[in-house]
Structures are given as C-alpha cells and as structure tokens.
Write a protein of this length. Structure first.
Lengths: 102, 779
C-alpha cells in the first residue's frame, strides 16, 4: 500500500527560537523579564505579536521584548545595564543556524 | 264646642266655595251647570276598555270642551285629575291582562316580536286613555307619569330580557329596506309609512318612557353588539390595521342606529351631532377597548407573527392610547378624554403586561423551548413592544423574567454570539440587516439639561431604567453584566470557523469582526484581530515556502496566546507525515530565522489517496486516521494495544474510532478482537455492502476548541490544587477565607458564589466535607 498526501491542512503554533530545545507542549513558555508577558505574546505597547513585536537577545543570554528593553535602556536609571544581571547590555548577534534549527 | 269665630270662619269658607262653583249665576243655577260639566268631563276622561268597541268615546267634542272650560273656571281641574287617576287605577287590570298575555306569548316562543306587539298594545292603551291636549301639560304629564309607573310596576322580570332582545334586533332593522310586519302597529293606516324601518319601534318606546328607564340596558346592548362585531371581524387578523375599518363600521352602522335612541329630537344635522357626541365617544371608546382586550389576549401569537402582524400592533398602540372620536374638540371633552386616556392607559397596559408575562411563562420559558426560539421571540417582543410603547416601560416589565431565564441557560451566550456573526445554518439571524450598527450602549444617567427631557412614564416601576431605545444586540448583550463573556465565546466561535476554512477566504469573518468591532469596541476584539492576521500571515508564509519547496502541507500558523486554548492531546505523526512536517519547519525557519514551528498534529485535515493493489481510495480524514493508515503501510497487522503505545498521548477510544473509519471504508479489517489487518485486495462481499451504507462524512465537525465553560472547569482544576493545599495545611477554613486566599492566585476571578458552587460540587464528589460553614478535606 502506498499513501499519497494530496493536501494537508495542518495547524501549528509558532515560537521564538530562544535557543532552548525543550519541546514540551504544556509549558507556558518563558516570559519577558520586564513586562512578564510571554515572549509569544506582545509587549504592553504593541497590539500584534510576532514580527511586529520582536525579541532582543543580550550577550548575557537574557531575552526580552525588544520594545520593553529599549524603553528600559532609554531610562536614566538603567545605566545601560541588563535588568536581570546588571551587566552592561550588549545586544547579541543572532547567528542563524540555517541548516538545522534543532 | 264651636266658638263664634270658628262658625264665622266656616261659613265664609263655605260661601267662598259655593261662589267658586256657582259663579255669578243666580240661585244654584251655576252649581247645576257645574255638576253637569263635571259629569261630562269625568265621563269623557274615564279610562275605558279598548277591547270593548261599544265603550269608545263618541261624545260631542264641543260639549266636552265647554264642560272642561267650566270645570277649569271653577278651579276644579285638580280634583278632576285626582278622580281620573283614581279611575285609571281601578281600570288597570285591563292593561295588566294584556301585558300578561303578551309576556306569556314571549316566554313560550322566546321571540322579540311578542315584546314589540306588547309595546304597540301599550301605546294603544296609552293613547286611548290620554286626556285631550287642551287640559294643559300638567295634566298630561301627570297622566303619563301615572301610566308609566303603572306599566313598569306590572312588567315581569323577563321583560327586560325580552326588551334587550328586541333592541338587539334593531341593529338589523335599521338597515332593512322596509319594516317587517311585526315592527309596525296593526292599526297603522297602510298609507302612512314610517320614515325609517325602526321609527315606530323607537317612537313607541319613547311614548312609554322605556328609553329613559332602560337607557343603560340599551347602551349595554350596543356594547355587546360592538364586542361581537369586533371579535368576529378582528380575531386573528393581524395583517391589516383594523381600527380604521372599525371606525368606518361605526359611522356606517352604529351612528345611523344611534340617531333613533339618542338623537330623535334633533332638528338639524348639527344638532344631532351635538346630541350624539357624548354617547358616541363612549361607544368609540368601547370599540377601542374591545379591540385592545382582544389584541392583548392574542399578543403572544401576534409577536410570533411579527413582522406580519405589525398592523395589529399599530392598532393596539392607537387603541390603547387614543380613545375618543377625532372630531371632538370641545375643551371640556378634551379634558375628560385626557383623564380617560390616562386611566385607560394605566389599566390596559398593566393588563397587557400581565397577559404577556403569563403567556411567556407558559409557552416560552420552559425546558422544551430551544434557546434560539426564546431569543427570537425575545427579539420580536422587543420590536413589538417598542412599536406599542416607545419609552420601553412595558418592555422592561415584560422582558425581566425572560432575561432572568435566559441568564440561567447555559447556551444563551453561544446562541447570541452565533447570531451576531450570522451563523449560516439558522437562516434568519436575530439581527436585522437594516438596523444601523451602533456601539453597545451603556446605561446613562438622565441628562436634565436636555430640553427634550421627559419624566419617566407614570407606570414605570422604581427600578425602571431609562434606557433610550437601543438596538437589539445591545439589549441582548445587556442580559449579562459584562461583555467579556461574549468576547470569549466569540473567540471560540471564530476559532472554529477559521480553522475550518480551507480555501483561504476569510472575507466573511473579517467583515463580521469589523461589524462586531463597532459594537464591542476595538480593544475587546484585539484578540480576534490577531487571529485574523495569523490567518493571512500563514497564507503568505505558505506561499513563500511552497515557492521554495512544493509540499502538500499547508499549515495555519497561529499565535498561541491569542487563540483560545486548543485541545492539547497532540501526538507525533509517523513516517512521511513527520518528514513533511520537519521539512516544512526547516523551510519556515529559513524564512523566519528567529522562529520555529510547533505542530498541533491532532488538528486539521488531510486529503489522502491510498493506492492498494486493486484499487485506490481517495479520502479526507483527520490526522489521527491518516497516521494510522500510514502505520499500516509499514506493517500489515496491528493490534490496538500496539497502536496505543505508538501514539502515547492518544486515548484508546480515539484510536478505535479512527480504526472504525478505515474498516468502514474497506481498507482495514478486524481479524479478531482488537487486531486489525490491511486489506490489500478488497474483500468482496461484506465490506462492499457495508461501504455505501455509511453516509456520514468522515471528517466531522470536530470541535478544536474548548468551550468557554470547559475552559472554566479546566481552570478550576488548577484552583482545586490550591484549595487542597490550603486545607491540608490549615485544617478547616470558612468559605470567605478560601476565597480571600485564592484571590492571591494568578488569574483567579471567581465570585464567592461561584466558589461556593464549586465547593458544593466537590462535596458531592466526596472530596471535602462541611460543618458549620467550615470546609475540611475528607480523608
């Protein structure tokens, strides 16, 4: 017997690739350390999640909603530090591992 | 012991009396002629038996007149009258005999004709005994009064019944071309024609004073006539306004009739109109009231028939609020009418409310009625009562029980939401397409600076809310205190529809969302907006991926937090499915480097073509079915237990169901219990005969999403962990304390009542026990 797929209407969720490979379904997912909203949600000033409200990676491995972090960096009190570990914030270069996401 | 003065006084009196009778005649000449005149006069007046032709008067009128003159001159007329009345009293038995005769005839036959004959006969008696007109009005009226008193006293009780019957027959009489023989007296000369068929009847009644005495009876006959007509013509006729027709009928039939009993004496049309005005407005009022009562009795069915029954509602509105003839403009009348109108309004309106509430309770608000039906009827009630009573007092009173009832129904929200988005299947949605879409209206306080402000209607209850006529949806949504529930349910519904869409045409959904945005506000529907964007994004991404690498897989990629919780029993697809998924995910990752895909493998549908040795089968199936058939392509025989271990998280029942699908399609065969085998070659007889019998589509409307209720239950499971924890640590706790502590839990939004319900449910399951309001775990 041969099974041919003619058309497949599937449903998937997108997730940010934040480097962790835990594929647990029921995990609530990580939240942004600033606004406490899941990464896959959007920061308080946005309405649309995803590409309109992207994430930002620090070299300290901490991840935030970009808008959240930029707002934090913009305040004087931040002293340009990562809000989690108080190290100077350096945005990490995301190297896209093109061939193999997993 | 007569004193002198008394003697003198008496003789003077006697002298005076003698002189009065004797006049200026010498001797007792005057006295003699007076006595003769008295004789003639009293003889003339003496009431005779009209049945005895010999006794009829044949006096010389000349002499009689002279005699009356003389008696009058002697100022003895009052004495004569007394004697006459006395004679009459003695002769009464003659009349009485006739009355009894005719009444007996009436009672045996029951026909109003007998009463008519009786009346004519009495008129004949009356005329026969009537003194001549020269005696002046005093004597005539004294006679009439005495005669009438007498006949009234001898009428048996059945007379009023008969008279009523007679009056009722006059309605037909007035339009008859010529009077029937019973309606004219026998002795009427044939040359003399009465001006109207019922003329003689009314005139006779008038003569006998029956009209005054039975005035209320006559009007009640007319009332009954009106009622009968209204019921006959208007019952169950709601498609045209009846009130104008009834008014026409009044002018054509009742007004001509009314002229005789109420405006006989009128000399001109104007005079007649003035005389008819009072009674006319009473009758008109009665028409309105009867129609009103009738419509109120029918109101439930009228509402069901809406909008075909719109005319009936207009009638009801006009009839219940504006009784009275239109042409009345006399101030006094207007004031009275106002008063009447108010009274009318108040008692009819409450009648309407009571009747409708009763009908609703009996016919609508019971478990047998579909929620959709109740909602539709509620909407009709809203529309109908708004026609009758724009301020909405009636509606408020009637709607209250319905709203309470709807609040208690589990599927009310779903029904409302389904109709909001125009659920195709029901055909007619609750929302009128023509109604302008407005934002939901909030309750607003009275604006007293508004020059058009009007006080609440007088019959508004204390808790009446002055909501301006708002649209139907606002009213429906306001059944619940918050609109969040609606938005949640809407999301669920939208999810179902979006995930079911295959051809990528979301225009309908988009339009619905736009409409609902106007109603619920932009912010509330933000989530739905994201859902729609996910749909379009998915298509864009898919186009890109397909361009890179054509694949049969076309996923809908959703943003997890913006969709209602989906069922979570996902599984890993086997074989080529997994490969396709992975390769698609790779392409996706190339396209969107910082994102990856997480498949919800149990959702969606797959169109398969299964190539067997002797046949190919094309079928659209859910993913689980597809996975199973894929497994069979690796190995011919599987047991259920093997399959269960293969799909770890899938329930056995689901697997069995999927297997049955393939068995029905003749692809698999259950060899022995729980052991299935692939049929490379079709097994001719049994499966073939089975196959066409199965008509149900393989792809069912699987609900992907948990309903709002299930979601709540799901959440409550989490909170139960909290409750269990605190009861373990602290022993016993009162409900209020539990509630207070749960408030600290994230996302807890239940009221204490809901918590109480939940705890009660837990108690029934034997998880907890309660004593004196303290809750404690069962161990």
């Amino acid at each position: 017997m041969k099974v041919h797929i003619k058309h497949w209407h599937a449903i998937a969720q997108w997730r940010w690739d934040i480097g962790k490979n835990d594929d647990d379904d029921d995990g609530e997912g990580d939240v942004c350390g600033i606004c406490r909203v899941p990464f896959e949600g959007c920061c308080p000033s946005c309405k649309m999640p995803g590409d309109d409200c992207p994430l930002i990676w620090g070299e300290c491995t901490h991840v935030f909603h970009m808008h959240c972090l930029l707002q934090w960096i913009g305040t004087a009190a931040s002293k340009q530090q990562c809000p989690m570990d108080r190290r100077p914030w350096v945005t990490a270069e995301r190297k896209v591992d093109a061939g193999n996401p997993r | 012991m007569a004193t002198d003065s008394l003697r003198i006084y008496t003789s003077a009196k006697w002298q005076k009396a003698f002189e009065r009778l004797n006049g200026a005649e010498p001797g007792i000449q005057g006295l003699l002629s007076f006595s003769e005149a008295w004789q003639i006069a009293s003889n003339f007046l003496y009431p005779r038996d009209i049945n005895d032709p010999g006794s009829l008067k044949s006096q010389d009128m000349q002499r009689v007149r002279a005699a009356f003159d003389l008696v009058g001159k002697s100022r003895m007329l009052s004495m004569l009258l007394d004697k006459f009345l006395e004679d009459m009293r003695r002769q009464q038995y003659l009349v009485e005999r006739d009355v009894h005769r005719y009444m007996a005839e009436y009672e045996s036959a029951g026909k109003a004709e007998a009463i008519m004959q009786l009346i004519f006969r009495l008129v004949a008696w009356y005329n026969a005994w009537k003194p001549i007109n020269e005696l002046g009005p005093t004597i005539l009226s004294a006679y009439t009064l005495a005669f009438q008193t007498h006949i009234f006293s001898i009428f048996p009780p059945s007379f009023s019944r008969g008279f009523k019957q007679l009056i009722a027959s006059t309605f037909d009489l007035v339009s008859a071309s010529s009077p029937p023989p019973w309606a004219i007296p026998r002795d009427l000369p044939p040359t003399e024609q009465p001006p109207r068929p019922d003329y003689m009847l009314w005139m006779s009644c008038e003569t006998l004073g029956l009209l005054e005495r039975y005035e209320s009876l006559i009007s009640s006959v007319c009332y009954e006539h009106i009622e009968a007509h209204v019921h006959e013509t208007c019952a169950k006729k709601w498609d045209e306004p009846m009130l104008p027709k009834l008014r026409d009928w009044m002018t054509e039939k009742i007004v001509p009739w009314m002229i005789m009993p109420y405006a006989r004496g009128a000399r001109s049309a104007d005079e007649a109109r003035a005389m008819l005005q009072g009674v006319g407005s009473r009758f008109d009022y009665h028409v309105c009231k009867t129609l009103c009562d009738l419509r109120i009795q029918e109101i439930f069915d009228i509402i069901i028939d809406y909008p075909d029954s719109q005319s009936a509602l207009q009638d009801l509105k006009v009839a219940s609020s504006r009784p009275g003839l239109d042409d009345i403009n006399v101030i006094v009348d207007r004031v009275r009418r106002r008063l009447q109108e108010c009274l009318q309004r108040v008692d009819q309106r409450s009648q309407l409310v009571i009747t409708l509430r009763k009908a609703n309770k009996k016919r609508l608000l019971h478990p047998g009625a579909d929620t959709k039906v109740i909602l539709a009827q509620y909407v009709s009630i809203i529309r109908c009562l708004r026609i009758i009573d724009p301020p909405g007092v009636l509606l408020y009173k009637v709607a209250d029980p319905i709203r309470k009832y709807l609040r208690g129904r589990a599927d009310t929200i779903r029904c409302i939401v389904a109709s909001l988005v125009g659920d195709g299947e029901s055909g007619d949605s609750l929302v009128d397409e023509n109604e302008p879409i407005q934002p939901l209206q909030q309750m607003q306080a009275d604006d007293y600076t508004d020059p058009n402000w009007e006080p609440e209607p007088i019959d508004a209850g204390p808790d009446f809310r002055t909501n301006k006529p708002s649209d139907v949806i606002s009213t429906l949504v306001s059944i619940y205190d918050s609109k969040d529930l609606f938005v949640k349910e809407l999301q669920v519904l939208l999810t179902q529809r979006l995930l079911a869409v295959k051809d990528g045409n979301y225009e309908r959904e988009r339009r619905n969302i736009e409409i609902l945005k106007i109603r619920f506000g932009e912010a509330a529907l933000q989530v739905c907006e994201v859902m729609l964007r996910d749909m379009t994004d998915s298509r864009r991404i898919d186009q890109h991926v397909q361009a890179q690498k054509p694949m049969p897989l076309h996923p809908t990629i959703i943003s997890k937090h913006f969709w209602p919780p989906l069922q979570t029993n996902s599984f890993t697809m086997p074989g080529q499915f997994r490969e396709i998924q992975e390769s698609y995910a790779r392409e996706y990752h190339l396209f969107k480097p910082d994102k990856k895909l997480h498949w919800l493998s149990h959702l969606g549908t797959i169109k398969l073509e299964i190539e067997l040795q002797d046949r190919t089968i094309s079928e659209e199936v859910p993913p689980l079915e597809a996975s199973i058939v894929e497994l069979f392509s690796q190995k011919d025989t599987w047991t259920v237990d093997q399959l269960v271990t293969e799909f770890k998280s899938v329930e056995k029942t689901a697997i069995l169901k999927a297997l049955t699908t393939w068995v029905d399609l003749g692809v698999l065969k259950e060899e022995e219990s729980d052991r299935y085998k692939l049929l490379e070659v079709a097994e001719a007889v049994p499966s073939r005969s089975k196959a066409p019998a199965r008509s149900a589509p393989v792809v069912e409307e699987t609900t992907h999403t948990l309903s709002a209720q299930q979601q709540q239950a799901e959440q409550m499971k989490v909170f139960w962990k909290f409750i269990e924890g605190m009861l373990t640590n602290l022993g016993t706790l009162p409900l209020a304390r539990i509630q207070a502590m749960l408030k600290f839990a994230p996302g807890y939004d239940r009221t204490i009542e809901q918590l109480a319900e939940f705890m009660e449910a837990a108690r029934r399951e034997g998880l907890v026990q309660v004593k004196d309001g303290m809750w404690k775990l069962c161990r």
